[in-house]
Design a binder for this molecule. Structure first.
Ligand code: HEC
Ligand code: HEC
Length: 374
C-alpha cells in the first residue's frame, strides 16, 4: 500500500459516487448526498446511545466515551477509559460524519455501522456483556422501549438486529458540514474564510496533505479511507521508553521493562494497527486517515491521542514524522515550511468547524438540555 501511495490521489466523488438519487437525499454543503435515515429509527438509536443500562453493570453508555458536547469524542482522554476504569489503548474517534466512513475503527476492522454497533456491548473492557442475547433480554424488560421499537420496526419486541439498525441510523444522522471552508470552496463565498486560511489551504494541497486527506471537486471528506503509517505509533513507543526512565540516584537511570510496567498496572500499548486486521507487515502501524472536519473540536489527536494540539500535529509532519520507522509512508518527509506557514495550515484546519452541530454537540453554546429523552 505504501509504494502505491503516490498513485492514491483518489477522487472523493469516484469513491463515494452518489449513494442515493439527489432528490431522495439531504445534502449538507461540502458532503456527498446521503439518504436521511428513518426518524423513528433515529429516535430509538438515540435512546440506546445514551442508555447506561446497556452495559453489564449499568454504568457505561456509548455517550460516555463519545460525548455529544465534546463533538462525540472525549476531549480530556488520550485513550478511552472502559469498564471499571480499565484503559483502552486507542482514542475514541468522533462520530460526526461517521456515515461516510467505509471501514470503521482506526484499523478498519468493522465494515458497517450496523456491524460495529454491537461490538462495544460485548467487549470485555467496554460494556462487558457476556453475550448479545442477554442484552436483548434485558432491553425487552424495559417498558419505555416497547413503543420506540414498535415505531421504528412495527414490532415492540427488541432484537439485536433492530438495536444495531437503530444505533446505525442515529449515528448516520450526525452530519456536520457547511463550515466556513465549505462556503468558500463549494458555496461561492470568496470572503467566507480569511486570506491566512486560504493560504493555509493552498499549502495543505501543495505540501501533499490532500493526497491522503482528500478534497474533491464537489465535496470533501478529507480522507482517502485508506490506511497509512505516519509515524505516530513508533514515536509514541519511543517517548514511552523515555518517560519510563526512572532516576534511581542522581545521575543513575533505569528503564523499566514492559513486564515490570505490567506488574505496576501500566497497559502494554503496542499497536500494529491495520496489520492486526490484514496480517500484512506492509500494514504495520498504519491507521485510517481521519477526516479533518471539525478537527478543532476533537482533540486529542491520532489513534492514541498522543498530540494535544493541532500545532503539535503540524510540527510532527514538519520534521518528517518519525523517520526511524522503516514502514512509515514515503510521502511523510520533512516539509520546507516556516512557522507562519504552519500557523496558516492550522488556521485553515480551524475553518473546517461546522457552525451547526447535530444533536447535543452544541449544547454548551445553546444551553439545550442534553441527555436521554424518550
Ligand atoms: C469505553 C469507551 C467506549 C464505549 C462505551 C463505546 N465506544 Fe465507540 N469507540 C471507542 C474507542 C476507543 C473506539 C476506537 C477503537 C478502535 O479503533 O480500535 C471507538 C470506535 C467507535 C466507532 C468507529 C468510528 C470510526 O470512525 O471508525 C463507532 C461507530 C463507535 N465507536 C460507536 C459506538 C457505539 C454505538 C457505542 C455504544 C453501543 C460505543 N461506541 C461505545 C470507545 C467507546
Ligand atoms: C500518507 C498519508 C497522509 C498524509 C500525506 C498526511 N496525513 Fe494527516 N493523517 C494521516 C493518517 C493515517 C492519520 C492518523 C494517524 C494515526 O492515528 O496514527 C492522520 C492524522 C492527521 C491529523 C489528526 C486528526 C485526528 O483527528 O486525530 C491531522 C490534523 C492531520 N493528519 C493533518 C495533516 C496535514 C496538515 C498534513 C500535511 C502536512 C497531513 N495530515 C498529511 C494520513 C496522512
Amino acid at each position: 500500500m505504501q509504494r502505491a501511495a503516490a498513485a492514491c490521489v483518489t477522487s472523493v466523488v469516484a469513491l463515494f459516487g452518489a449513494p442515493m438519487a439527489a432528490s431522495a437525499s439531504e445534502a449538507a454543503l461540502g458532503l456527498p448526498a446521503l439518504a436521511a435515515p428513518p426518524a423513528a429509527q433515529v429516535a430509538l438509536g438515540r435512546a440506546l446511545f445514551f442508555e447506561r443500562r446497556l452495559s453489564i453493570n449499568g454504568t457505561l453508555s456509548c455517550a460516555m466515551c463519545h460525548v455529544p458536547e465534546q463533538a462525540f469524542t472525549a476531549n480530556e482522554l488520550r485513550t478511552s477509559v472502559g469498564m471499571e476504569g480499565v484503559s483502552l489503548r486507542r482514542n475514541a474517534p468522533t462520530l460526526l460524519n461517521v456515515a461516510f466512513v467505509q471501514r470503521l475503527f482506526h484499523d478498519g476492522r468493522a465494515g458497517s455501522l450496523e456491524e460495529q454497533a454491537v461490538m462495544p456491548m460485548i467487549h470485555p473492557d467496554e460494556m462487558a456483556n457476556p453475550d448479545l442475547a442477554g442484552v436483548v433480554l434485558r432491553v425487552s424488560t424495559w417498558p419505555e422501549y416497547r413503543m420506540l421499537f414498535r415505531r421504528a420496526f412495527g414490532s415492540g419486541r427488541p432484537t439485536a438486529r433492530g438495536m444495531a439498525t437503530a444505533l446505525a441510523a442515529y449515528q448516520r444522522s450526525l452530519l456536520a458540514a457547511d463550515s466556513p471552508f465549505d462556503r468558500w470552496r463549494f458555496g461561492g463565498h470568496p470572503d467566507a474564510i480569511t486570506p491566512q486560511q486560504q493560504r493555509g489551504f493552498e499549502l495543505f494541497v501543495t505540501q501533499g496533505c490532500s493526497s491522503c486527506h482528500s478534497v474533491g471537486e464537489r465535496d470533501a471528506l478529507f480522507s482517502d479511507q485508506r490506511f497509512h503509517n505516519v509515524g505516530v505509533q513508533m514515536r509514541s513507543e519511543a517517548s514511552r521508553q523515555r518517560d519510563l526512565r526512572v532516576e534511581l540516584i542522581p545521575g543513575v537511570d533505569a528503564v523499566m521493562t514492559r513486564d515490570e510496567l505490567r506488574r505496576i498496572g501500566v497497559p502494554d500499548a503496542s499497536d500494529l494497527g491495520r496489520q492486526e486486521v490484514t496480517g500484512h507487515t506492509s500494514d504495520a502501524r498504519a491507521f485510517r486517515t481521519p477526516s479533518l472536519r471539525n478537527v478543532a473540536l476533537t482533540a486529542p489527536y491520532m489513534h492514541d491521542g498522543s498530540f494535544d494540539t493541532l500545532e503539535e500535529v503540524l510540527d510532527h509532519y514538519r520534521v518528517g514524522g518519525w523517520q526511524a520507522d522503516p514502514r512509515q509512508d514515503q510521502r511523510i518527509r520533512p516539509l520546507p515550511i516556516n512557522r507562519d506557514e504552519r500557523d496558516a495550515i492550522v488556521a485553515f484546519l480551524r475553518s473546517l468547524t461546522s457552525p451547526r452541530l447535530p444533536d447535543c454537540a452544541n449544547a454548551a453554546a445553546s444551553r439545550r438540555a442534553c441527555g436521554p429523552t424518550r
